[in-house]
Design a binder for this molecule. Structure first.
Ligand code: SF4
Length: 243
């Protein structure tokens, strides 16, 4: 049984949510330009990219290719680049920094300490993210309130340092996401069919078991409170999380 069979269940007010999401994306393109979508190629992000393309919005998409993504994610990236009307840009880490870090700490440094894991995330994700966001007034993410306790109050639009962060699926359920994927025939990462609800780098993502939390498969060896990587920073409290 695949992810669509398991999860696709629209909320009663899904049609209204979808219209509000479309309106927010149109507003993002009109009022927040230049704006860009950050895509991890997860289920939420492929929905947003599909909407950007369907609405013919001038919103380019970017993907952080950390050098540690699953082959299934890389294959989806290639299919997305080939099929997307909106530009899909790929940002990679600075190779000299990766080589120096791996030579010093080893390929599996992320398992040894939180500091080393965050150092790896900084080189492979945060620095490329800063380059991807440079010059943009706003960015669009797939954050949803349902994803974790830390995200329970995600607003549709929030300040994020000098720019704004727009979260058009903030009130969507997991069932809504998969209902949209099913209804629109959206291409998605086949790892979702193997019980990976949240997909990041291969060494730091595992499948989850029945009843486990949505993000239990991300940095599963760490305390729950530490499990973010710095992509989503709460600027008011300086609290950092990593997508
Ligand atoms: S998620 Fe893991 S492999 Fe990817 S950048 Fe962070 S520590 Fe490194």
């Amino acid at each position: 049984m695949g992810a669509i069979d398991l999860h696709a269940r629209a909320s009663r007010d899904f049609a209204a949510k979808l219209e509000a999401t479309k309106a927010l994306l149109r507003r993002a393109a009109a009022e927040f330009a230049p704006v860009t979508q950050a895509s991890s190629l997860g289920a939420e992000d492929v929905v947003i990219t599909h909407l950007i393309n369907a609405l013919e919005l001038d919103i380019p998409v970017f993907v952080l290719e950390t050098g540690k993504l699953h082959p299934q994610t890389l294959a989806l990236l290639e299919r997305t680049r080939a099929s997307s009307r909106a530009a899909v840009k790929v940002y990679s880490p600075v190779q000299e920094q990766v080589i120096a870090f791996v030579a010093r700490e080893g390929e599996d440094a992320m398992y040894r300490s939180l500091d080393l894991r965050k150092a790896c995330c900084y080189i492979r994700k945060i620095e490329p993210l800063q380059r991807a966001l440079a010059g943009h007034k706003a960015w669009i993410t797939g954050l949803r309130r349902e994803q974790s306790g830390a995200r329970a109050e995600v607003p549709f639009i929030e300040p994020d340092g000098e720019r704004s962060k727009i979260n058009p699926l903030a009130d969507w359920t997991w069932g809504d996401v998969w209902h949209y994927i099913q209804a629109e025939g959206v291409d998605y990462n086949p790892l979702h069919d193997e019980f990976y609800p949240s997909i990041g780098c291969a060494p730091c993502t595992r499948a989850i078991s029945l009843g486990e939390d949505f993000r239990a498969g991300r940095w599963w060896w760490e305390q729950e409170s530490a499990k973010e990587c710095g992509l989503h920073v709460k600027t008011d409290t300086n609290e950092k999380e990593t997508a």
